[in-house]
Write a protein that binds this ligand. Structure first.
Ligand SMILES: [Zn+2]
Length: 287
């Protein structure tokens, strides 16, 4: 999956440090990110020295460290495209397997960028917020309101019925591939209740025997996704919510129309089912 790095891990501990010339810069502008597409199609982010050539250097904000490189967020207004073959590309479609680490950095940086961008003013009193020097937090100097990064929990659900799995397609979205059922947790419910509610809302099925599989940070939407397998309980007749889905149907384990893309939790779960390796029981879980 996107977050499974070849070397090391994302080091997301807060640090209050200044950018140096060879540190990497995440520069976003109107849903796009500044990068260079190499001859072999791989993606490269600019360094501070490449960004600052011919421009007055800004004060980029440290966001995280990955594979022995520090990443900073460009906080000034987006600059003109620097020399060196760089250009702006849309963030949302960037899911390239051979530049997986760069895509993961962009998606995670995008999550933080949006959090900073939408919390410049205190939501309680409207005063401009200030950056805390010791942790990743914005603080209101007037009323003391403390604002931490917001992460929205959501579920990915593979409904199975023996050797069949329910696949669907979203309605009205740019993503047109097969998907599993998905939805956000709502206030006051447990994640297990989210699974039951989303499946009932989207395809009209009751489910049982929920088995947690894995989670995935999905910064492009500010989410952490939690993947579950579960069994249909009773009738297998599908009644789709046409506002959410364009189709949903049962597919046999040996004739699946979608395969692992090495990026998403959804596609890994489909592959795990195809291989017959999905968790079969909830073990010690009591839901
Ligand atoms: Zn305030």
């Amino acid at each position: 999956m996107l977050q499974d790095l070849a070397v090391g891990r994302l080091e997301n501990e807060f640090r209050n440090i200044a950018a140096e010339s060879e540190d990497l810069i995440l520069c976003f502008h109107q849903g796009q990110v500044l990068l260079r597409r190499e001859a072999d199609g791989t993606l490269t982010l600019p360094t501070l020295s490449q960004m600052a050539a011919g421009e007055k250097p800004a004060a980029p904000r440290y966001v995280f460290r990955m594979q022995d490189r520090n990443f900073f967020l460009w906080t000034d207004a987006a600059p003109a495209v620097p020399d060196g073959g760089f250009d702006y590309e849309a963030v949302r479609p960037l899911r390239q397997l051979k530049s997986k680490e760069v895509c993961y950095a962009i998606m995670t940086g995008w999550h933080l960028y949006n959090w900073y961008r939408t919390n410049r003013l205190c939501g309680c009193c409207g005063t401009p917020t200030e950056h805390d020097s010791k942790e990743r937090m914005l603080r209101c100097p007037s009323c003391g309101n403390m604002i931490f990064p917001r992460i929205s929990p959501a579920v990915i659900v593979a409904v199975t019925d023996g050797d069949r799995i329910l696949l669907s397609k979203y309605a009205g979205r740019a993503y047109t591939h097969y998907a599993l059922l998905a939805g956000y947790a709502e206030i006051g419910e447990t994640i297990e209740q989210t699974v039951h509610r989303e499946v009932m809302e989207e395809v009209g099925l009751r489910v049982k025997n929920l088995r947690y599989y894995k989670s995935q940070p999905w910064g492009v939407d500010g989410n952490v996704l939690m993947g579950f397998f579960c069994d249909v309980d009773g009738s297998d007749a599908i009644h789709i919510d046409e506002n959410e889905l364009s189709m949903a149907a049962w597919y046999s384990r040996d004739a699946l129309p979608a395969h692992d893309d090495g990026i998403s939790l959804t596609r890994e779960m489909i592959r795990v089912f195809e291989e017959g390796k999905e968790p079969k029981s909830s073990g010690d879980c009591s839901f």
